[in-house]
Design a protein around this ligand. Structure first.
Ligand SMILES: [Zn+2]
Length: 280
């Protein structure tokens, strides 16, 4: 699929603080199975949204004024009509990438489109603005890339739309992680969010999560251990504990050799420790 050669970019500016609508601790994702790879980016309303890849605008619907609510669940209750009303009150843009994949941007603000249907867009172009319309419990962008499961209509609000979200591996997610806060914008993202994303989406984030979690590299670990063993051995010899085995006269000799080895490996260890730090 074209998606690997042409990785999508994150759909909003890098300096925007954002959250993720998910709970990695409970392993809860907010979406049904067919949208399971969708991202919910908690964004301030009116955040400019980028085309993540080039393509053609398939559908634009930004005529809804219906605002989402923190109390969405309460408001809807068990009323299917209310649910339908909020679903249909969601503004969105769909872009056809021409390779069998489509980008779907939802909950845009009222009148929040910079593009019209049929227009060609290039990666990075501002296509609209985020909001909190329709089936939404807080300002956010629902973003997914989907493909069709059967011959159907990729357009929204069509009963025969059969789509399946696919994992999105953003080309440039890592710098954004600096701006990741929790859902309500209070705390820095805990590392388990990063780990969760890594397990969910792989490569791009995995490298980020690993540098933080892995700690010392293999060689660094080995040199550290060898230096500790050497120092321990030199201590044994110098204090004469091993006297019975080696004879008193040899204790100082072995002792100094192991002290030397300990110093050499400790030096190595310090060197590796610092060089891995600067590589980050
Ligand atoms: Zn969503």
């Amino acid at each position: 699929m074209g998606i690997n050669e042409d990785k999508p970019i994150v759909p909003f500016p890098e300096d925007v603080e954002f959250g993720l609508g998910m709970n990695p601790i409970k392993d809860e994702w907010r979406h049904p199975e067919k949208a399971k790879y969708a991202w919910d980016f908690m964004l301030p309303e009116n955040t400019p949204l980028y085309a993540t890849k080039s393509g053609k605008v398939l559908q634009v619907k930004v005529d809804s004024n219906l605002q989402g609510s923190e109390k969405l669940d309460e408001i809807i209750g068990t009323d299917p009509e209310m649910k339908k009303k909020f679903k249909e009150g969601t503004n969105f843009i769909i872009i056809d990438h021409g390779d069998g994949t489509y980008s779907d941007y939802e909950h845009l603000k009222y009148d929040g489109s910079e593009v019209v249907e049929g227009e060609d867009v290039v990666k990075g172009q501002v296509i609209g603005y985020s909001g909190n319309t329709g089936y939404s419990d807080a300002p956010h962008l629902h973003f997914e890339i989907f493909e069709l499961t059967k011959k159907g209509d990729p357009k929204h609000l069509n009963k025969i739309r059969k789509t399946r979200s696919i994992p999105v591996n953003f080309k440039n997610m890592i710098p954004y992680m600096e701006k990741l806060v929790d859902r309500f914008g209070e705390n820095k993202a805990p590392s388990d969010i990063v780990d969760y994303l890594a397990s969910m989406y792989g490569v791009g984030l995995e490298s980020n999560a690993k540098t933080d979690k892995k700690g010392p590299g293999g060689l660094e670990k080995i040199t550290g251990i060898v230096s500790i063993i050497s120092f321990a051995a030199s201590l044994l010899f110098l204090t004469g504990i091993t006297g019975n085995i080696t004879g008193v006269s040899k204790n100082n000799f072995y002792g100094s050799i192991f002290t030397g080895l300990g110093l050499i490996f400790a030096g190595f260890w310090l060197f590796l420790k610092n060089s891995t730090k600067t590589k980050k």
